[in-house]
Write a protein that binds this ligand. Structure first.
Ligand SMILES: Cc1ncc(COP(=O)(O)O)c(C=O)c1O
Length: 393
């Protein structure tokens, strides 16, 4: 069945965090805002996924459950088909989310006060997780050159050389700046980490949402020399809009790393899943590819829509379309507003809920992040409100 991404699904009162008035009030101090913040989509999951879940529900018995062979096979086939990456069943480790996976990785491999490199502006829970685990945030800020972000390798090497630096969280593709890293860039990062004994947590949760075919390189697959220092973290949650099902997976080739992580997971009794989420994930990877292709087309049209609307109506804004993700990172610095003023305008005048750029750390000030995984009508309304709020005197 062909998906209809133009269909507006009412998510109010549907347990959605993004649309919950209480959550919105707590964060933005107002209630009836149009939400384009949290990174999930306002689209229904593939019909095949919904069907598989219904079938599972109709069985009616929801006892302790175990992943079947076909669960593994569908994931393995997905990576082979989409990325030509051959993974083995025993490399897979399951966690409820990528962020919870990161917590367990820190608990397994990083001692308190030891350093973890991140590249700000970046997905803000990274910093929080590092701090919550008593570790030290080591920032290797990205450099913005005319709207395109680059890695400061000299600074990265200096920070990786510190013997207290133990882990690097790679965000690939990068949220919020939308970069898809080139193979040479990844290779260089990997060489530096390898030379300095730094482990890599490659967060690739957005890697199915890349607009140019073949542009994304799975970090763990670019060089066999990196096999012993990389943990790949991903999930069907962004790809198929299944974040609420709490089903992520880590992919680890090195047996020693896996053993050490498994000890932490077992200690916390982590790794189980619900039968309904298993059915959903299996159907998504097994049958969801045509839906994903349609989604990528729709998102690209949304992206073009943002590009032309911004160009025509926000003369001081700078926007470089992301190469991946459904997140638009818009530079509003030339409006000369502080982050507080910007948020006030967007919230009070525009009545939209967006992620503020400064949430993402250094370099994010004066930017906003717009989640454009919504029907065009919703996006159009949000853009109108944003333009009115910012351009109006
Ligand atoms: C880079 C990145 N990692 C992880 C997550 C969240 O992953 P999970 O819900 O599996 O913890 C997000 C969600 O926005 C993200 O952008």
């Amino acid at each position: 069945m062909k998906p209809n991404f133009d269909q507006v699904v009412d998510r109010k009162g549907s347990k959605s965090i993004k649309w919950d008035p209480g959550v919105i009030r707590e964060i933005y101090g107002a209630e009836d805002l149009l939400p384009l913040w949290v990174a999930d989509m306002d689209f229904q999951a593939p019909a095949e996924v919904i069907e598989a879940m219904k079938e599972e529900v109709s069985h009616g018995v929801f006892g302790y459950s175990k992943r079947g062979e076909s669960y593994y096979e569908n994931i393995i086939r997905w990576y082979k088909k989409r990325f030509n990456w051959e993974i083995k069943r025993e490399w897979l480790v399951f966690t409820p989310g990528v962020v919870s996976g990161l917590n367990y990785v820190l608990q397994a491999f990083v001692e308190k006060k030891e350093g973890v490199i991140i590249q700000e502006p970046v997905y803000y829970p990274f910093k929080k997780v590092i701090e919550n685990n008593g570790c030290r945030v080591v920032n290797n800020p990205l450099i913005c050159h005319q709207g395109t972000y680059e890695i400061d390798f000299e600074d990265f090497e200096k920070k990786a050389r510190d013997p207290d630096t133990k882990l690097f969280i790679l965000c690939s593709p990068h949220n919020p700046v939308g970069r898809v890293w080139k193979k040479e860039e990844l290779q260089r990062l990997g060489e530096i980490c390898l030379a300095n004994g730094v482990l890599i947590f490659a967060d690739e949760i957005h890697h199915d949402l890349v607009y140019e075919k073949g542009a994304h390189h799975i970090f763990a697959d670019i060089n066999p020399r990196f096999d012993d220092i990389v943990i790949t973290a991903t999930a069907p949650s962004k790809t198929f809009n299944l974040a609420g099902l709490l089903s992520a997976h880590l992919i680890i080739k090195n047996a020693g790393l896996k053993r050490r992580l498994r000890q932490v997971l077992e200690k916390n009794h982590i790794g189980k899943q619900t039968p309904v989420s298993m059915a959903a994930v299996e159907a998504a990877y097994g049958k969801g590819e045509p839906w994903l292709e349609e989604l990528l087309n729709y998102l690209q049209e949304n992206l073009r829509f943002i590009e032309t609307t911004v160009k025509e109506n926000l003369p001081k804004a700078k926007f470089t379309p992301p190469k991946a993700t459904y997140l638009a990172w818009i530079d509003l610095r030339d409006y000369g507003l502080s982050d507080k003023e910007l948020e006030k305008k967007l919230t009070e005048k525009g009545r939209v809920a967006l992620d503020g750029g400064s949430w993402f750390g250094r370099g994010g000030e004066g930017f906003v992040r717009i989640n454009f995984a919504c029907p065009r009508r919703t996006l159009g309304e949000a853009l109108e409100r944003i333009i009115e709020a910012i351009e109006e005197e």
